[in-house]
Structures are given as C-alpha cells and as structure tokens.
Design a protein around this ligand. Structure first.
Ligand code: PAF
Length: 282
C-alpha cells in the first residue's frame, strides 16, 4: 500500500492511474478503523480499480473540544488493517496540509441539517461538508463510500455532490453490527463494561420502534414507547429518537405519506455519545 501525506504527491499518482484507465474509489475516514470501515474498503476494492482511504481527524467538524481530544487514534493498527483489506493508497495529511489557511467558505445544508445531529451539534455538518469536498477535489474519485450509520451525513453528502456537480457516485453501505446488535463505531472502544452492555439497547429500541410502526402504530405512540424503553436502562441517556422520512430526514406524522422511514437514535452510554438508525420500507 502506498502512503501519501501530501496532496500534491497523491494528485500526481492518481493522474497516472486515471491515464492508465483505472477507476478510483474513495473511503474517507477519521481512522480508528473497525469492521464497519473495512466493509467500505472491501466494497471499494471490489468496485473500483484503485481504492484510496483517507485518514484525517477533521478538527472543524468537532463541536466539542474534549471530543476531538478523546477521539481514538490508532495509526499503526489502521495501516495494517488497510493493507490486509487490499487498500491501494492511504492518504493521511496533516491539519496544515488540509487547512493551509483558516477557511472562509461555509456550507449550509438547509432543512437537512436542522434536525437530529445538525440540531444537537450545530456546525458539525459545515465541517464535514468542507473536508469531504476538499477530499473529492483532491482525489476526484469515481465512487465515494460512506456508512449508513451516519445516515444524515450520507444524505447531506449525496445532496452536496449533486448540487456541486461532483462527477462521482456516492455509495451508502449498510451498518455493520456487533453480535448483540450494537452498531460498529470508533467510539465503542471508549465504552466502560457496564455502558457497553447497555449500549445495545439503542439498537433494540430501534427494532422495537420499527416493529410497532410495521404493525400500524402511530409515530407519536411509537416515540413515547421507545423513549420509555430506553429510560429503563439507568446508564443510558437518550438525546433524541426520530421517526423521519428516509430521504428528507424530516419528522414523520403520517406513515402512509412516506415510502421509506428512517428511525434514528442518539444517546449517551456512560459518557460516550452513540448514534444509530434503521431504514425501513413502508
Ligand atoms: O464519517 C466520518 O468519519 C467523517 O465524518 C468523514 C466523512 C471522514 C469526514 O471527516
């Protein structure tokens, strides 16, 4: 696997690959790689000729300084995992390389960022939009892979790519889960044993909500039931549970007005903030 720290070197290499007729897949990450990331890498390796994984802990998407400091960093392990997964290129730039100047440009994603993660972490998606568009410009991938666990991020990037005419396809890969249902996340390593046990209740809450909706229960009733379920776990603190349209992510009042629902949840297990979601056709 080739490792690049400078965008200019990566650009020269990718130009040669493009000239040779090779397609490029990009998997943007912040490192601390787990099986969820590896399923993105594996899909890219299957679908594109050259897979580029970027590892960059993007400071401007953290709305809480402590969260940025505590974000797990495992560079040697990540590099080994990528090599074993058949990744061709690792791009791991410094903060100065990605932000040579403090940025003036600010993204705004309208209604898409006024709910859920965008509401609870104002400015988060502005930071995601900026770094992902920089990566799209540097790598110019044919395909870019993102995990469904960050569903709101996926929808925002899909719209950003379409609005800015990026010549690429955004591919959303289903969430990979632990055996007990907990969604894979780089933050899971920070869970204390008791919090780890209870964390799986977030997924169970989503399943409960989905099953009730599929039985024809009203979203408001489902919302109350799911919240009550999460409250039975003393170590969990629910931040939000939303029954939203799968495309627009706006809250749903009448299920039959929608084709696809997204059940989204966020909460703290101990002091670790976790998110998860399920998509379901109705
Ligand atoms: O999902 C992530 O890990 C990050 O938000 C991303 C897309 C790599 C941008 O920093």
């Amino acid at each position: 696997m080739l490792v690049f720290e400078r965008k200019a070197d990566l650009t020269v290499y990718l130009l040669q690959q493009r000239k040779a007729g090779n397609t490029i897949g990009l998997v943007p990450t912040m490192g601390a790689l787990h099986r969820g990331h590896l399923s993105l890498i594996e899909t890219s390796v299957r679908e594109a000729d050259i897979t580029v994984c970027s590892i960059f802990v993007n400071p401007i998407q953290f709305t809480n300084k402590k969260d940025l400091e505590k974000y797990p960093r495992t560079p040697e392990k990540d590099q080994k995992l990528l090599e074993d997964a058949g990744c061709h290129v690792l791009f791991c730039p410094s903060v100065e390389e990605m932000y040579p100047n403090p940025p003036y440009t600010q993204f705004s994603f309208g209604a898409l960022e006024e709910v859920m993660e965008g509401y609870y972490r104002p400015g988060h998606f502005r930071g995601v939009g900026l770094i992902v568009s920089k990566l799209f410009n540097i790598v110019q991938p044919d395909l870019a892979f993102f995990g469904q666990k960050d569903l709101q991020q996926c929808r925002i990037i899909e719209h950003m790519a379409a609005d800015l005419l990026f010549n690429l396809k955004v591919v959303v890969i289903p969430t990979v889960r632990e055996e007990d249902g907990l969604a894979m996340s780089s933050r899971n390593v920070r869970l204390e044993p008791e919090a780890r046990k209870e964390a799986t209740a977030l997924y169970k809450a989503l399943c409960l909500g989905r099953d009730m909706l599929l039985k024809g229960e009203e979203p408001s009733v489902v919302g109350r039931e799911v919240e009550a379920f999460v409250r039975t776990f003393p170590g969990l603190q629910l931040e939000y549970f939303s029954i939203a349209d799968g495309g627009t992510l706006q809250p749903v009042k009448v299920v039959s007005d929608h084709k696809q629902l997204a059940l989204c949840i966020a909460g703290y297990a101990g002091d670790v903030r976790l998110i998860d979601n399920l998509l379901t056709e109705v």
